[in-house]
Design a protein around this ligand. Structure first.
Ligand SMILES: NCc1[nH]cc(CCC(=O)O)c1CC(=O)O
Length: 346
């Protein structure tokens, strides 16, 4: 296949969900701006077909697996993944060559604002990470929320709010924005100003500050993955879409997750910020939250879960991956020396 300019049409593969399609559109636009024509190849994944909870299906990689197979078999040239759904284990045949500039990394409460959550309000999420942080927030505020396990694509989850099955759901701002569903007065992510006046379609919503809800490692970022065997010229076109700061942040967050030997369904939130880069030296911060269930088999009654572990780190590093890994090692040491979690102090 050749375009008028002689450039081959780059075949972009992704899931077929509306969000995946929006993400492909975004990448196709970036490629088109560089004069590279592309086409879309939809791939149905086990995560789309099997409606059981992700933690039951096996979690890590259920969405990415089939798309990666298409890359391996040369059916597509580049895969567009949500980075947070991509397993951290390196694949010997494949390489993430670019992470474009990242979207807002925060999560959004949709259906109710925090202040309007009644006692015992039902909040839907399938992510242990979100459940752990919501429950911790409620415990600190002396409130009671009931976390309900839900899944399905963004529209399915918004439907659960509309039908009254849950009072609210927690969704990533990035996905909602890419779908054109989220409206809010722009406030910097690191600001403590609360954005309570957001709207998702016609539903009231609140942007959860990072101090309340840390995102999944890699949230808001896309991963552009290719096979090592891809034609070098095509590979260069993809590599050109990389955003160095977003990629460095994602590397730190994912190395942190990988060192904990945890996947995208783990109770782990992490947000790295690259404040500046001088030569190869990155000025980095890392905020993380780790649910106590990650390494312990302790099962606690609802409402009595011990508070999650929190980490705030800052430093300089030549290699954001080392930075993430080093701090994860510190967390592991703390968790292992602390098998019997202290009761919550409030
Ligand atoms: N696990 C599903 C998933 N994977 C990526 C996104 C949103 C886009 C992103 O976080 O980059 C979502 C939906 C959600 O969590 O609300």
């Amino acid at each position: 296949m050749s375009s008028a300019t002689g450039t081959r049409v780059l075949r972009i593969g992704a899931r077929t969900s509306p969000l995946a399609r929006a993400q492909v559109e975004l990448v196709a636009g970036l490629l088109a701006a560089r004069g590279v024509p592309s086409s879309f190849v939809g791939v149905t994944t086990r995560g789309d077909v099997d409606q059981r909870a992700l933690t039951e299906i096996g979690g890590t990689g259920v969405f990415a697996g089939a798309v990666r197979d298409a890359l391996r078999h040369g059916e597509i040239d580049v895969a567009v993944h949500s980075l947070k759904d991509l397993p951290t284990a390196p694949d010997p045949d494949l390489e993430v060559v670019a992470v474009p500039e990242r979207e807002d990394t925060r999560d959004v409460l949709v259906g109710r604002r925090l202040a309007d959550l009644d006692d015992g309000a039902r909040v839907g999420t399938g992510a242990p990470r979100r459940a752990v942080q919501l429950e911790d927030w409620a415990a600190r505020e002396g409130r009671r929320v009931v976390v309900v396990a839900v899944r399905g694509n963004v529209d399915t989850r918004l439907g659960l709010v509309r039908s009254g099955q849950v009072d609210a759901v927690v969704l990533a701002a990035a996905g909602l924005r890419r779908l054109g569903y989220l409206e809010f007065d722009e406030v910097a992510e690191n600001s403590d100003t609360v954005v309570t006046n957001a709207v998702v379609k016609d539903l009231p919503a609140e942007i959860l500050p990072l101090s309340l809800m840390l995102p999944a490692p890699g949230q808001g970022a896309l991963a552009l993955e290719v096979a090592h065997a891809l034609d070098p010229e095509l590979k260069e076109h993809v590599r050109a879409l990389d955003h160095a700061v977003s990629h460095a942040e994602a590397r730190a967050e994912r190395a942190f997750l990988a060192r904990l030997e945890a996947g995208c369904t783990a109770p782990v939130g992490a947000r790295a910020v690259v404040k500046s880069v001088r030569g190869t030296s990155h000025d980095l911060t890392l905020s993380a939250v780790i649910g106590r269930t990650l390494l312990s088999s302790v099962v606690t009654a609802p409402g009595s879960a011990p508070a999650p572990l929190r980490l705030e780190a800052e430093g300089f590093s030549e290699n954001p991956e080392d930075f993430g890994m080093r701090h994860a090692s510190g967390v592991l040491a703390t968790l292992q020396s602390d098998d019997r979690p202290a009761p919550r102090s409030t």
